[in-house]
Design a protein around this ligand. Structure first.
Ligand code: AMP
Length: 278
């Protein structure tokens, strides 16, 4: 297992692999790895000659009042998990390697970044798009893998890669869940046993709405009301039905949609969603 810590070292490795004709798959993460991250790595290992996973808790996507300092950092376990999944390189730069003194360049992806998570986290997608653009420039991947769990993030990265002619295939992978339905998340570690139990209402409400969609319900208002009713025991941030490509709210489900929710459950802000195509 190779561990690289600077953009320069990462790019030199990738350029050499490209010279040898190898394809590179890439999985960006913030560490505190779980089965969700591993599913992305396994897909990359299957579809590319080499796989790079990055572990970087990105300061520019956290607001000052958010959990940057207490975000779980578990590098030794993460390393073992990457090795087990077949990853060749962990790219783990430090904040100073990524944002040296005088750093001033940011990537803003309009429209798809608006709404949903931006309403309460207005700084978030600028930070995500910027760091992923920087990671792409160092890793030079052929394919990059993202989870549907962060559906808006996937839409933003996809848009950025297309708009900036990055020539990278951006691939979305399904949400990996605990046996009881809770979407896996590094932030689930913050939950007390009681919070963990309450958190189940996110996936349960989404699954109930999915059954309504399959039975023919097409009104966003009806679906949203049902999900809100099911999530009464947590502090709802949003429940929305949006177009799967543009992330703009829709009133009726006549094309591919995402039904997305976010809620504060005790100390953790959790998100989840289902996708549906009529
Ligand atoms: P994070 O470390 O939370 O920034 O996530 C890194 C990548 O893993 C992102 O593309 C996430 O969407 C993806 N991911 C996180 N949780 C899951 C999950 N439960 N299932 C599938 N992918 C996930």
């Amino acid at each position: 297992m190779i561990i690289l810590e600077t953009p320069k070292a990462m790019r030199a490795w990738s350029l050499e692999q490209k010279r040898l004709g190898k394809t590179i798959g890439f999985v960006p993460t913030m560490g505190a790895l779980h089965e969700g991250h591993l599913s992305l790595m396994r897909a990359s290992v299957k579809e590319n000659d080499l796989t790079v996973a990055s572990i970087f808790v990105n300061p520019t996507q956290f607001a000052p009042n958010e959990d940057f300092n207490k975000y779980p950092r578990t590098f030794e376990t993460d390393k073992a998990m990457c090795e087990e999944a077949g990853v060749q390189v962990i790219y783990a730069p430090g904040p100073r390697d990524m944002y040296p003194e005088g750093y001033s360049t940011y990537v803003t992806v309009e429209k798809v970044s608006e709404g949903l998570c931006s309403k309460t986290r207005p700084h978030f997608f600028r930070g995500v798009a910027t760091v992923v653009a920087k990671l792409f420039n160092a890793v030079l991947p052929d394919r990059a893998y993202f989870g549907q769990k962060d559906a808006q993030q996937y839409a933003v990265i996809r848009r950025m890669a297309d708009d900036l002619d990055m020539g990278i295939e951006v691939i979305e992978m399904p949400i990996i869940r605990e046996p009881d339905g809770l979407a896996m998340s590094s932030r689930n570690r913050y939950l007390s046993p009681e919070d963990r139990q309450r958190a189940l209402c996110l996936s349960q409400s989404l699954f109930a709405a999915e059954a309504m969609l399959k039975a023919g319900e097409r009104s966003a208002a009806v679906l949203i009301a049902a999900v809100r009713e099911g999530m009464k025991t947590v502090e709802i941030d949003y429940v929305e039905v949006v177009d799967a490509g543009t992330m703009q709210p829709v009133e009726r489900v006549d094309g591919p949609i995402v039904l997305a929710v976010a809620a504060q459950v005790g100390p953790a802000r959790l998100i989840d969603n289902i996708k549906f195509k009529p």
